[in-house]
Unconditional design. Sequence first.
Length: 182
Amino acid sequence: MRPDQNEKTESEFVDRLVHINRVAKVVKGGRRFSFAALVVVGDQKGRVGYGHGKAREVPEAIQKATEAAKRNMIRVPLREGRTLHHDTTGTFGAGNVVLRSAPPGTGIIAGGPMRAVFETLGVQDVVTKSVGTSNAYNMIEATFVALRNMSSPRQVAAKRGKKVSEIVGRRSGEAVKENADG
């Protein structure tokens, strides 16, 4: 029974290899190559993490990165299980990203590293823009900064001491009705 549970926990996560970097160290006999891997892991239900691994061989680097990603997972609140609750931005180094929620049927409109994050996160509809660097490490980190700032209506209502319906009601157009009446 134990091996089945282990297989199940392994298969619940989806991992995407985002970037592999080959690094050469010049030594007396020539060059020594090592590899750095950047991997994104998620359960496609709102949990995602990323990891970086370095080793002399590519598979070993990928394995290290995957283990690091599983240790560094965060939970992101999703609206209807398919998109973000609100628009947000994230910055890391020279990387700036803008994440916008999208209506059903939009799909994932995102560049390479950010696309991997949203596919493993389980988001189906999102529009993103990366401004500044195209460095995969900085883009992933900026995306995670933005996702950590994401809050659900339930979290906002708890902070403000209000009901969720008061918070969500403003999204659907009640604010427009209030302005028309007042």
